[in-house]
Design a protein around this ligand. Sequence first.
Ligand SMILES: *[C@@H]1O[C@H](CO)[C@@H](O)[C@H](O)[C@H]1NC(C)=O
Ligand SMILES: *[C@@H]1O[C@H](CO)[C@@H](O)[C@H](O)[C@H]1NC(C)=O
Ligand SMILES: *[C@@H]1O[C@H](CO)[C@@H](O)[C@H](O)[C@H]1NC(C)=O
Length: 284
Amino acid sequence: MAKEEYSPLMSVDPADAEERGENLPPGPATPRFSWMSRFSNVSRTCLVGIFAVETIALLAAIILLVMKPPHRVTTCTIHPKSHEVLYSPALDAVEHEVRVYNVGFEGDLSPFQIPSSPALDQAWSNLYNFGISRITKEEAARLPNKTHAIPGDDGHYIAELDVFHNLHCLNKVRMALDPDYYPDWRISTTNNHIPSQKNATDHVGHCIDWIRQSLMCSSDTSVIVWQWHRALNTSIVKGNVAHTCRKFDKIQQWAKDRMLLETYDPTVHIEDDIVVPIFHNDFD
Ligand SMILES: *[C@@H]1O[C@H](CO)[C@@H](O)[C@H](O)[C@H]1NC(C)=O
Ligand SMILES: *[C@@H]1O[C@H](CO)[C@@H](O)[C@H](O)[C@H]1NC(C)=O
Ligand SMILES: *[C@@H]1O[C@H](CO)[C@@H](O)[C@H](O)[C@H]1NC(C)=O
């Protein structure tokens, strides 16, 4: 793997990094912090448990009129149930809406179905070029995985919502499909290699497989239907059906409000006292 030019989640390719909102010039940033969002459902479950234990202990003490209630050390571990989701600082931004997709064939094309051009690049860039975020330490402390502090920005941590990485990846796959326009995104597994151009095979391979896993992870259960077509005397599959969607605008706004504007120096290590919760993979 060509490490020097490829890093799957935090690109070191300057053009790519810039596109994804990294290494941008300094500017104001607006940290947001909602106290109410500090406790996830999991934490709330733990708290309810603690309160229940305390209440029972107190009642026992009153009834028996003996000494102190028993003291217990309660360790909170994360046992996600099948209906629960892991903490994300953007969970509060999640709202749903019904959307009908563009079918994507002649007659119902989306604005993204235009030939490769600066306008198309801009349209894609507008979807995710603010995707690297700056979150508070309180938010970072609740992540299921540890993230790194931003050097020179006390109490703030770097993060990226995966939807923006997904969109970045899909854009790279799109570019790889038009290597005459995007010579640095040519995949070179066959006899189409051009020595002066980059070999994007590994990066594109990573992206396709990441998108595959994301689609399976999301497992959209919206239903595509068949309807009778009188003129053709046949039922035909219909793509213009209703989908339950997360409001992308809201997720975009969340990221725009927290966009990392300072240059992130990944070579500076900052120790902190954040301990990730113990995660038990028993969703079933
Ligand atoms: C993130 O957490 C999961 C679940 O505990 C673990 O399997 C994985 O190795 C962690 N990855 C990193 C980069 O911390
Ligand atoms: C491009 O990279 C892929 C994956 O690493 C490799 O299989 C292929 O041989 C490379 N192409 C050339 C022409 O080097
Ligand atoms: C559709 O089926 C009906 C009933 O069998 C028939 O009368 C009609 O001619 C058919 N129309 C076409 C376009 O095949």
